[in-house]
Write a protein that binds this ligand. Sequence first.
Ligand code: UD1
Length: 319
Amino acid sequence: MAHVLVTGGGGFIGSNLAEALLKRGDAVRVLDNFSTGRKENLAFPELGETLTSRLEILQGDMADREICRKAVQDIDYVLHQAAIPSVPRSVAQPIESNDANINGTLNLLVEARDAGVKRMVFASSSSVYGNTPTLPKVETITPNPLSPYAVQKLTAEHYFRIFYELYGLETVCLRYFNVFGPRQDPTSEYSAVIPKFIKALLTNTRPTIFGDGEQSRDFTHVDNVVYGNLLALEAPKAAGKAMNLACGGRLTLNELLAILKKIIGSDIEPIYADPRPGDVRHSHADISLSEELLEYEMQVSTEEGLARTVDYFKEVFAR
Ligand code: UD1
């Protein structure tokens, strides 16, 4: 049984990771300040008492070194998901997002190094590529961040790499591409597009498309991200590396909406609004590096993931 710290474990991706780790019998500590995460995300009744008794919740902020020190005590592996997400939020609040996404990350790295953590895996982002012309995006491209959020993720990646090179703390950076699935929040102005579209269609409200809808994304169901993280905990060739984690395809927003309308049986038309500042035009991953270093392969296709996610939200909205 491994002892794993999941930072941001109350959030969408973090809670899916915590659940998968508990399911395989690990002891999980969650560190979260519950600013965007939710305690309800950490109730896993279907796992049963024995497995869930191995979950410990530590409420606190990574700005606090003492909390970080406590969080990494007796921990083998860290999955670092805690962040203030959202590109537009970082454009509106560059200092707050920098404090959380860089300073908090550095606090945790220092404490993990000093506590002798075996490996730390970081939730990086496809946003680091910006509008580099090459498609699909491959890790050899020079990144070109377009938003504070992307700058922060890239800066943190550099910290992870040098902590491996300077101090021997094993680190792996996974560049997530537009992750979606159960427990993603559909209610904030900064929510991601898929839960927002699903909520709009299920409540018969017109969804908003920013721009012409021809921008594209490699929409990745969260089960793929969970799978990649579990591999990254131990994959021997991955230490010190940054790699894409995605499906390796892409859909335009117009295509995405058409698929969701078909699944839901809606004929509602979108409203087209101005494009968002800092928005990337096309995002599509080359996943050969994670296939090679992690032996990763896609577990759930985008279309299958969308159908499952609609089912999930139907249930949520029926409650
Ligand atoms: C970006 C990153 C992603 C990261 C995420 C964190 C890229 C390519 N992706 O996602 O890796 O995890 O930030 O927050 O940089 N949109 C609409 N209508 C809406 C909402 C969004 O048209 O109601 C559009 C956006 O303008 C954008 C696309 O949908 O073109 C996706 O937006 P969103 O879901 O917010 O994610 P990204 O900003 O692409």
